[in-house]
Ligand binder design. Structure first.
Ligand code: TPP
Ligand code: DXP
Ligand code: MG
Length: 624
């Protein structure tokens, strides 16, 4: 059982294996990944696809002297396994356990942290230039997927790399998949490269060898044998990459060690930037994942035989409510269109994409573009709704400010995964959106507290005719129907009366505020609960009434405190000449690591228990 894998405590043990043993090792790695992730959950399909590639990389290169940068980083599990972290898989993505992404603190082999897409080539180029400036001698390798290559930054980096002579290696892992099927012109181009035999021509060090190989026919595949070895890869000239100044090698079979070891060994000695096009199969080796890679992209624990997911979301998620509401809006208004940046499943827009293919736009992993594209649509009278996860929307800060808000264009942002997302960790927690959006002119931020309010929020946003962000969290939330409202107006709403003290909350955390109030009530204390359906701009009139009616005001938000909702509340009160005692509850630190949400909230002091104790203390009372 896992005879070879168990011997591997680091890349040196891998290097001690014979080439023939690598095939068996790949089997063991796949077996381990499926069994382990069936328990813990994680990013399965992408990792199953890069088993041979990662083994070959660690066989040929010397990590950590040679630097490997994993784009997105969700496919770095095999790298973790080969660099002494097998035991860490027991606690993968759990609170206090091993991260699902590369982490510099976790291992010297993780040289650059990722989580968001399309950063690897820029970082690799920076590291390669630093190496040359410092007179060092090592390799820098970026491993980027075809999905991540749809992100503009990857092209900015290639463009930059291509104009210089800095040596770096870019591995393009092409499995024709993003989370869903990959989309766009680049994908078509890669497909053409995968199948084309017209371009084949030898290049660089193999040109001499090529001259000695008889030309079999203009359109036939040239097998190029290197004098020193058995370099059988195809070298295609005039690719887009070549024209940018990056040597293109491939495409090769990413599950064949013969091809992988050969090409990696050769790429080491080449000059300038080199891109190796590697074809792989997402989900390889686990039939269910091969057949449906999207379903096994990111999973929670599952049954290996049936693929059935064990932890199901109970109740309707905010994302599904958003998807349903968008279907409804589209049926009512012809001007409504939906935009996704490579996340139609995650954002609940899959049905919309099928029902309204002409009004649905998956732009790839291109958040920046998605927003300016939406601005263009809005400028011409269309009503675009772009559904993007909170943390990925950070990519589009200036597009929202410069292209949408300054022109006051009616672009609606469906900000999914706002607040804690849990297991994906620091790179993915949606903590910053209120802080950065509320400083933008003309922007409105709505925060439905239950999925049932999402449709009302979209209707209200459409009626506003201005930039509107609707933020809602991962998963679901439930509250008694009596607390729901229909977003006909966004004035502050008192959900529960109280005297002297009030808590003002927004979004899903309104539920938490109600729990705090309940707990205090059980101790004979009162705390009024007030909801802000719109976190920004604030309902000034309503807020001034609160300042007059209570001695203490507490705010509660599922976001970072610095620049957040609470800060805006207290700052407005100060501006208006009011002083009120109180406190802001939210995330004090800008970094919240991975783990299940319950543990994270406990650590952040955001449980009913901890908040109520804190409130009592701040009011100079003992908790009972
Ligand atoms: C900026 C950003 N947007 C969206 C995502 C969500 N996301 C994670 S992996 C992924 C697909 C990546 O596809 P690819 O790079 O081809 O890797 P594969 O999963 O196919 O191995 C997406 C869209 C992200 N991590 N970062
Ligand atoms: C790696 C990545 O960024 C995505 O796969 C992300 O993990 C998806 O998150 P959800 O599971 O919340 O859709
Ligand atoms: Mg891919």
């Amino acid at each position: 059982m896992l005879k070879l894998l168990k011997q591997i405590k680091g890349p040196e043990n891998l290097k001690a294996l014979k080439e023939e043993e690598l095939i068996e090792l790949a089997k063991e790695v796949r077996q381990f990944l499926v069994q382990s992730l069936a328990q813990t959950g994680g990013h399965l399909a992408s990792n199953l696809g890069v088993v041979e590639l990662t083994i070959a990389l660690h066989y040929v290169f010397n990590s950590p002297q040679d630097k490997m940068i994993w784009d997105v980083g969700h496919q770095a599990y095999v790298h973790k396994l080969l660099t002494g972290r097998r035991k860490g898989f027991q606690s993968l993505r759990q609170f206090g356990g091993m991260s699902g992404f590369p982490k510099t603190k976790e291992s010297a082999h993780d040289v650059f942290e990722t989580g968001h897409s399309s950063t690897s080539i820029s970082a690799a180029l920076g590291m390669a230039v630093a190496r040359d400036l410092k007179g060092e001698d090592h390799q820098v390798i970026a491993i980027i997927g075809d999905g991540a290559l749809t992100g503009g930054m990857a092209f900015e980096a290639l463009n930059n790399a291509g104009r210089g002579h800095t040596h770096l290696i870019v591995i393009l892992n092409d499995n024709e998949m993003s989370i869903s099927k990959n989309v766009g012109g680049m994908v078509k181009y890669l497909t053409k490269l995968r199948s084309s035999r017209d371009y084949l021509r030898a290049k660089e060090g193999v040109e001499d060898a090529l001259n000695q190989v008889p030309v079999i026919g203009e359109h036939m595949v040239h097998t190029i044998k290197r004098t020193k070895g058995k370099f059988k890869s195809f070298l295609i000239e005039n690719t887009l990459f070549e024209q940018l100044g990056v040597t293109y090698l491939g495409p090769i079979d990413g599950h064949s060690y013969e091809e992988l070891l050969d090409i990696l060994e050769n790429a080491k000695g080449m000059k300038g930037p080199v891109l190796i096009h590697v074809k792989t199969k997402k989900g390889k080796g686990y039939r269910l994942a091969e057949e449906n890679p999207s379903a096994f992209h990111g999973v929670s624990s599952f049954n290996i035989a049936t693929g059935e997911i064990s932890k199901k979301c109970e109740g309707k998620s905010f994302s599904s409510a958003f998807g349903e509401a968008m279907l409804q809006m589209a049926s009512e208004r012809e001007d409504v269109v939906a935009i996704s940046a490579a996340m139609p499943e995650g954002t609940g827009l899959l049905e919309f994409s099928k029902a309204y293919p002409r009004r649905f736009f998956d732009v790839g992993i291109a958040e920046q573009h998605s927003i300016t594209f939406a601005a263009g649509l809005a400028a011409q009278g269309i009503r675009p709704v772009a559904a993007i996860y909170s943390s990925f929307l950070q990519r589009a800060y200036d597009q929202i400010l410069h292209d949408v808000c300054l022109q006051n264009l009616p672009v609606i942002l469906g900000i999914d995964r706002a607040g804690l997302v849990g297991e994906d960790g620091a790179t993915h927690q949606g903590l910053y959106d209120i802080a950065y959006l509320s400083s933008m002119p003309n922007m409105h931020i709505l925060a439905p507290k239950v999925p049932e309010e999402v449709e009302g929020a979209i209707r209200y946003a459409l009626h506003l005719n201005a930039p509107v962000a609707i933020r809602y969290p991962r998963g679901t939330a439930t509250l008694e129907v009596a607390y729901h409202h229909d977003y006909k107006d966004v004035s502050l709403k008192t959900l529960k009366a109280g005297h002297t003290r009030a808590i003002l909350a927004c979004g899903k955390f309104v539920g938490l505020a109600l729990e705090v109030s309940q707990l205090l009530e059980e101790q004979g204390e009162s705390l009024a609960v007030i909801e802000a359906p719109c976190c920004y701009p604030l309902d000034k009139e309503g807020l001034l009434k609160i300042a007059q009616g209570y001695d203490y005001l507490f705010t509660l938000e599922d976001g970072i405190l610095l620049g957040g909702f609470g800060e805006k509340v207290f700052s407005l009160l100060i501006q208006e000449g009011y002083t009120i005692k109180g406190h802001q509850f939210g995330y004090e630190s800008g970094i919240v690591e991975h783990g299940d949400i319950a543990h994270l909230l406990e650590k952040e002091g955001l449980t009913p228990q901890k908040i109520s104790v804190q409130i009592q203390r701040l009011c100079g009372k003992e908790s009972k």
